[in-house]
Design a protein. Structure first.
Length: 155
């Protein structure tokens, strides 16, 4: 095995206490870290499981306050938010999360399942702020993958 018990102790722990080994590609890159913000616990955990199964490192929060805290404590490559708000407020929410947590501007903030958008729509509304209403999880996963491939990793 290429890891030891000591290595496993340093692996990240999700908010639910689960340990996931870091996904390593052939050139030994770390896997992308996504912060999921969703009010509904069942939905939040479902998204967490689906993204983890897609080789993303996932942490979760239930609201803007938890998003600020988690983004302050850990490096994330993308923040995914189920907004429960109108699209016009998305840029202001993204700005507050970035300012209060010290999150870099290069880190995309994606609001998904936005009311008022057609299904399948993907709209940029600010500097690395996006609105989307995917038809299914595969479409959301593909959108996130495209964003992560073209943007530099968070520091």
């Amino acid at each position: 095995m290429w890891f030891s018990a000591q290595t496993m102790e340093s692996w990240p722990v999700t908010d639910r206490g689960l340990r996931f080994e870091p996904f390593m590609t052939s050139n030994r890159e770390r896997r992308a870290a996504i912060l999921v913000v969703e009010e509904v616990e069942e939905t939040r955990h479902g998204i967490e499981r689906l993204l983890a199964a897609s080789n993303y490192q996932v942490s979760t929060g239930r609201d803007e306050e938890e998003a600020v805290l988690k983004a302050s404590l850990h490096r994330h490559d993308l923040i995914l938010i189920s907004p429960g708000l109108n699209p016009g407020r998305a840029v202001a929410v993204a700005r507050r999360i970035r300012e209060r947590s010290g999150l870099r501007e290069e880190v995309p903030v994606v609001f998904f399942c936005v009311a008022g958008l057609d299904e399948g729509a993907e709209v940029g509304v600010g500097h690395n702020v996006y609105l989307t209403r995917p038809d299914n999880f595969d479409q959301l996963r593909a959108f996130l993958s495209r964003l992560l491939q073209k943007l530099p990793r968070a520091c």
